[in-house]
Write a protein that binds this ligand. Structure first.
Ligand code: CP
Length: 307
C-alpha cells in the first residue's frame, strides 16, 4: 500500500490502513535488525539529511541507523557550528541544503509547524522527528508497533498516557494513532498539565493515578518537560512524584498486569521510579529497538514511492 502523502508530518489524519501498512512493513525490517548483516539496498543512491535543531539521543541515532541500514547516503546537520548562529533562517538553511541535491529531510525543531513549513519550501520528502509540542509521528508509530507486538492487536487496548500532556508531542501522536487504531485512550495528570478540551480528541481524562491504574493495560509515562514550561505548573518535583509518579507500589495494587512505556529520556524517580523502569513490566528498550524498524519502514515507503 502507498501512503497518501509524500511526507510524514504527523499522525493526525493518517488512516488506519496507512498505519497498518507502516507497522507491517516495519515487521520485516525488524527481522533484518537481528541478522548478522543488517543492511539492505532499497535507498541506495538516495541522500537523506538529518536536520536537528533541538537535542536528541534516540530519534537522531535511530534515524541515522535506519537510513544507513537502507543503504542511503546520510548527512547530519546540527545547529551548533552551522550558519544558524549567523542568523540564517530555517527556509534558507533547508533550501541551500536542497540545492546540493538531496532526496529526503528529517527535521527536529522546537517550533510547532516547522515540518509542515519545510514541506512547503523544499521538494524533498519531509519526515517530522518532533516539532515543539505538536507531533512526533515516528514515536507514535514505534509505540503502536511495540504494543501490537506485545498484545497482538491495538483494538480495544486500554492505554493511559500519564503526565505532561500539555507540552507533549508524543501524547498528541499517540492519541491520534491509537484512537484511529481502535484503542481506548485516556490521559492522567494534574489539571495544569492537561489541555482543556483534550476529551474532544476521544480520550478520557483522569486526575488521580489510583483511579486509572485498575482500568488500563498500559501506562505510557511522559517526561516532565521543564524546558517547555513557562511558569511553575506544579509545586515541586517531589510533590509531582508523590501524586503522579508511576511506581512499583502503585502498579502492584492493580488486579491486572500493567505494561510500562516511556519515550525517553526518563527523569528517574520523578515521573517514573527507577526500579519500575528497569522491571519486567517495562518495554522501554523494546520501544527503542523497534524505533529503528519503524523509521526504516517510513523511509522506505516514502523514499521508494513514485508519487
Ligand atoms: N523519544 C525521543 O524523542 O527521544 P530523544 O529526544 O532522545 O530523541
Amino acid at each position: 500500500m502507498k501512503l497518501r502523502s509524500r511526507h510524514l508530518l504527523g499522525l493526525e489524519g493518517v488512516s488506519k490502513g496507512e498505519i497498518v501498512a507502516i507497522l507491517d512493513t516495519a515487521v520485516s525490517f525488524r527481522e533484518i535488525l537481528d541478522r548478522p548483516i543488517k543492511k539492505v539496498p532499497p535507498l541506495q543512491g538516495k541522500t537523506v539529511v538529518n536536520l536537528f535543531f533541538e537535542s536528541s539521543t534516540r530519534t537522531r541515532i535511530s534515524f541515522e541507523l535506519a537510513e544507513r541500514r537502507l543503504s542511503a547516503d546520510v548527512v547530519n546537520f546540527a545547529t551548533a557550528g552551522s550558519s544558524v548562529s549567523k542568523g540564517e533562517t530555517l527556509k534558507d538553511t533547508a533550501r541551500n541544503i536542497e540545492a546540493m541535491k538531496i532526496d529526503m529531510v528529517v527535521i527536529r525543531h522546537s517550533s510547532p509547524g516547522s515540518a509542515h513549513f519545510l514541506s512547503r519550501v523544499v521538494d524533498a520528502n519531509v519526515i517530522n522527528a518532533g516539532d515543539g509540542g505538536h507531533e512526533h509521528p515516528t514515536q507514535g508509530l514505534l509505540d503502536m508497533y511495540t504494543l501490537r507486538e506485545k498484545f497482538g492487536s491495538l483494538e480495544g487496548l486500554r492505554v493511559c498516557i500519564v503526565g505532561d500532556i500539555a507540552h507533549s508531542r508524543v501524547a498528541r501522536s499517540n492519541i491520534y494513532g491509537l484512537t484511529t487504531m481502535g484503542a481506548e485512550v485516556s490521559v492522567c495528570g494534574p489539571e495544569t498539565l492537561i489541555p482543556r478540551e483534550i476529551d474532544k480528541l476521544g480520550v478520557k481524562v483522569y486526575h488521580r493515578l489510583e483511579d486509572v491504574i485498575p482500568k488500563v493495560d498500559v501506562l505510557n509515562v511522559l517526561r516532565i518537560q521543564l524546558e517547555r514550561q513557562k511558569s511553575g505548573l506544579f509545586p515541586s518535583l517531589r510533590e509531582y512524584h508523590r501524586f503522579f509518579g508511576v511506581t512499583k507500589e502503585k502498579v502492584a495494587n492493580a488486579p491486572q498486569p500493567i505494561t510500562i512505556m516511556h519515550p525517553g529520556p526518563i527523569n528517574r524517580d520523578v515521573e517514573l521510579s527507577a526500579d519500575l523502569a528497569d522491571s519486567e513490566h517495562s518495554v522501554i528498550l523494546q520501544q527503542v529497538t523497534n524505533g529503528v524498524a519503524i523509521r526504516m519502514a517510513v523511509l522506505y515507503l516514502l523514499g521508494t514511492s513514485t508519487q
